[in-house]
Structure formats: structure tokens, C-alpha cells
Write a protein that binds this ligand. Structure first.
Ligand SMILES: Nc1nc2c(ncn2[C@@H]2O[C@H](COP(=O)(O)OP(=O)(O)OP(=O)(O)O)[C@@H](O)[C@H]2O)c(=O)[nH]1
Ligand SMILES: [Zn+2]
Length: 198
């Protein structure tokens, strides 16, 4: 279905998803006519659209909007970027931190754009491994740096609230391209992200 405007599309999705949530809530045994739940299908629909808005965003375009010629050619690290995503198996949250580095090759990128592209890929149904690779590939293909590194540490609610019910396990995924495939460069990055400042 084609919609003239994204807002129109959003309203249609809200209506459709709202109706489905109403049925799901009823099927789960609740009374959707009680006061506290009257607006819940609509709220849930809007929340889910917010959490999956990444499908409608172009991460490469975000990076391209703030790339500048610069001769700086040392490692640039943005660490402790908080992220919230949804696991594609259970549609439950996983959340944690991303640490990202690149070594410029004639161009730097506006710093805020790095957390922005993390959000673009996190706000989809994901597995942590694919999220890691998508961020890595986007920076590598768009900025064409000498190297890029991504580490993500996350806790998965589907392993905490249900299933195996482990509260303290953290999953780490990583990916390295270019100069970061060299062990010394990779180790320098890993040392810098594990150090606390001050
Ligand atoms: N590799 C990977 N697995 C994930 C991620 N998020 C959730 N999972 C896993 O996806 C798997 C789905 O396995 P299934 O056996 O089909 O699902 P399930 O019966 O609900 O499994 P349990 O969670 O063990 O109860 C589970 O082992 C989850 O822990 C992720 O980001 N990466
Ligand atoms: Zn899951």
C-alpha cells in the first residue's frame, strides 16, 4: 500500500496495530474496556513504532550528512553508547552499550552521527551479532576509513525475565575491519575502551 505522506502511513499503522494489540490483550485474558487499558492498544502501537523506526531511516545518509575532510589519522573512539533493541526471536528488549572506533582516511564524521546510526540499526527486530555487523559495514562502506571496530555488550530480557532466567549474563559481540584486523591496533582499542578516565 502506498501513502502520500509518512504521517498518513504512521496513522494507518497506529490504527491497524492498535486493533491487533486490543485482540492480543483480550486473548491474554484482560478486559480492554477497563479504564487503565482503554488507551493501552494505541500506546503500545506507538511505542512499537518508535522502537522499530529504524526500518524507515537511512544510516548511510545520516553519516554522509556530516562528513568532513580532515588530515587527522589517529584512532577516534566513541565509547559507552547506550543502546536499546528488540530481539527478533521474542520481541523482548536487549540493552547495553556499544563502543565504536575508526581510523580516518582523509575524512572524519560528526561525532553525534555514530550514536545516531547505532539507534537506526538498534530500532529494528535484531540479533546482537547482526546489529554489530550492520554498524560496522555502514561505517566501513560510507566513511571508507582505514579501519573500524565495534564492540557491543548487552543483556537480553528474554534470558532474564523468562526462558533460562539468568540475571547477570552479558553477551559481548565484536567486529573489526581494516587496520583493526591487526592485533596491536585491536588491542589498543580494547585497552582504551576498558580503561576508566580520571
Ligand atoms: N545468537 C543470538 N541469539 C539470541 C539473541 N537474542 C535471543 N537469542 C536466542 O534465540 C534463541 C531462540 O531459541 P528457541 O529455542 O527457538 O527459543 P526458546 O524456546 O524461546 O528458547 P529459550 O530462550 O532457551 O527458552 C534463544 O536461545 C535466545 O537466547 C541474539 O541477539 N543473538
Ligand atoms: Zn529473545
Amino acid at each position: 500500500m502506498l501513502y502520500k505522506h509518512f504521517e498518513e502511513y504512521n496513522m494507518q499503522v497506529t490504527d491497524d496495530v492498535k486493533d491487533r494489540y486490543k485482540h492480543i490483550i483480550e486473548d491474554l485474558g484482560e478486559d480492554t474496556s477497563r479504564q487503565g487499558l482503554l488507551k493501552t492498544p494505541e500506546r503500545a502501537s506507538k511505542a512499537m513504532q518508535f522502537l522499530t523506526q529504524g526500518y524507515h531511516q537511512d544510516a548511510a545518509e545520516i553519516l554522509r550528512s556530516a562528513m568532513f575532510d580532515e588530515s587527522y589519522n589517529e584512532m577516534v573512539i566513541v565509547k559507552d553508547i547506550e543502546l536499546y533493541s528488540l530481539c527478533e526471536h521474542h520481541m523482548l528488549p536487549f540493552f547495553g552499550k556499544a563502543h565504536i572506533a575508526y581510523i580516518p582516511n582523509g575524512k572524519i564524521v560528526g561525532l553525534s552521527k555514530i550514536p545516531r546510526i547505532v539507534d537506526v540499526f538498534a530500532r529494528r527486530l535484531q540479533v546482537q551479532e547482526r546489529l554489530t555487523e550492520q554498524i560496522l559495514d555502514c561505517i566501513n562502506d560510507t566513511l571508507k576509513p582505514q579501519g573500524v571496530a565495534v564492540v557491543i555488550e548487552a543483556s537480553h530480557m528474554c534470558m532474564m525475565m523468562r526462558g533460562v532466567q539468568k540475571q547477570n549474563s552479558v553477551t559481548t559481540t565484536s567486529g573489526f575491519r581494516g587496520q583493526f584486523e591487526k592485533i596491536e591496533t585491536r588491542n589498543e582499542f580494547l585497552k582504551l575502551i576498558s580503561e576508566k578516565l580520571s
